[in-house]
Design a protein around this ligand. Structure first.
Ligand code: AMP
Ligand code: GLY
Length: 428
């Protein structure tokens, strides 16, 4: 099978690494990829939103399957683009239709969906310019803290947790009146703050059946002890100690099953990954958000933990046999620790030379997944905020984290920062 993978982050490096292990994978192309994916398949310089370019390339190279990493092309309708064109309709595009991708693309859409399907989530209301005054009143009477969310995609920055009414009102004004996130914040969802521990659960669905392919706990804040600004994710562990059988049963019964049944009932065409961003509130799972893709850096731990052949799994999602697949996991615990550029998530320098990737990659039981990196002649240099992540395995969670940090210590670039406390709430 010839596969075209779309994206260029650590998630895509991990996807490429996993898919290349399958004997079903013949040629693997990555658009646009990064130096990490270049060591596994062939990078091609086509933009992730250039559907015309991607489609011409797919036809030319007889691509059988397209795996879409990031949300943007999905929300922009890449699934529909390939499905509606006679020359590409045979290609198995892994991702939801444009309509179903609104589960990630619009917070209001996903809240309505959850409400209709009786899926536990924070209580909420939505506001635009038209009912702005009502929104101010709603905020003033709301208990603290208050969560404000830009309705549309805002590159992970559209959520504000306000600890005073004044701060909430200010953010509300910024979003609606001053278009802080452009069109994405012309509508704002205001919701109840959920107290608990977050966990990300991943399923693959064909729109009717599903398989759970893993779960992970992501560490989103820049600072140790979960302090400071939100980032795209600074590290992950999997499995998560509190994800025991009784809790997983609740997740499946109260959340995953009604979600997949909801796709059927509402005619939402969905063949792809579903990312359930959950909050464990005193043993009860609530949905914080849906994403229509895999997480980053969650993928960098869930795929090393997944024993099952991913390409077979993705083929099964297309040919109606997903139900029959047996999902198996590797023993032990997995952790990934992300190295970021100095200054991230604020501004940071680029084009800084990175050394030691090879040494870290050959450390026992560890894998380097590159994210914001690029080539500069023979060198690999920094190109983004989240630069690379090191995943390692251990018998227990803390051992996995230690192994990841040991391997990461081989890598250097000026200004490099990483959190040393990934997995801190789960001491051995
Ligand atoms: P999101 O962009 O929806 O993933 O939100 C970013 C982060 O904000 C989440 O990962 C949570 O840590 C936090 N968050 C979002 N909604 C809530 C909520 N209702 N209660 C508490 N925390 C939340
Ligand atoms: N790590 C969180 C995300 O991928 O959205």
């Amino acid at each position: 099978m010839n596969i075209l993978l779309i994206g260029s982050g650590g998630r895509e490096h991990a996807l490429a690494w996993k898919m290349a292990q399958s004997h079903h994978c013949d040629q693997l192309f990555i658009a646009p990829g990064n130096p990490g994916t270049a060591s596994i398949g062939t990078n091609i310089a086509i933009d992730i939103n250039d559907f015309e370019g991607l489609s011409q390339f797919a036809i030319e190279k007889a691509v059988d399957m397209i795996v879409v990493g990031p949300e943007e092309p999905l929300v922009n309708g890449i699934y529909d683009f390939f499905a509606q064109n006679e020359a590409t309709t045979h290609i198995n595009v892994i991702g939801p239709s444009k309509n179903a991708a609104q589960l990630e693309g619009s917070k209001a859409f996903s809240k309505h969906f959850m409400q209709r399907q009786g899926i536990p989530t924070a209580s909420y209301a939505e506001f635009t310019k038209d009912n702005y005054e009502e929104g101010k009143k709603y905020i003033s009477e709301h208990s603290l803290p208050i969560v404000l969310k830009a309705d549309g995609l805002a590159a992970g920055k559209g959520v504000i947790i306000a600890f005073s009414h004044q701060e909430a009102l200010q953010s509300f004004e910024e979003m609606i009146q001053n278009k802080q996130f452009g069109a994405a914040s012309s509508k704002v969802v205001i919701e109840q703050f959920l107290e608990g521990i977050e966990v990300s659960v991943f399923a693959l669905t064909d729109g009717k059946n599903y398989q759970i392919i893993g779960h992970a706990k992501d560490y989103k804040r820049i600072g140790e002890g979960d302090t400071g600004l939100n980032t795209g994710g600074m590290g992950c562990v999997s499995p998560v100690p509190f994800m025991d059988l009784p809790f997983m049963e609740k997740v499946e019964r109260n959340i995953i099953q009604p979600t997949i049944n909801g796709f059927q009932k509402e005619g939402l065409l969905y063949k792809g990954f579903v990312f359930f961003g959950l909050m464990n509130c005193g043993g009860e799972p609530y949905v914080i958000e849906y994403n229509c893709r895999l997480g980053d850096p969650e993928t960098e731990v869930i795929l090393p933990r997944l024993q099952t052949d991913l390409v077979s799994l993705l083929a099964a999602a297309d040919n109606g046999t997903l139900e029959d697949v047996n999902i198996e996991f590797n023993d032990g615990a997995f952790a990934t620790v992300m190295a970021v550029s100095g200054g991230y998530p604020g501004s940071y320098p680029k084009d800084i030379k990175i050394t030691g990737i090879e040494a870290a990659n050959t450390a026992t039981n560890s894998l380097v997944f590159q994210a914001g990196t690029g080539f500069q002649g023979e060198d690999i240099v920094t190109k983004g905020g989240r630069v690379l992540t090191v995943t390692a395995k251990g018998n227990q969670l803390q051992e996995a984290v230690q192994n990841a940090k040991n391997a990461l210590s081989q890598i250097q670039f000026e200004g490099m920062y990483f959190r040393k406390d990934i997995g801190y709430e789960f001491p051995a």
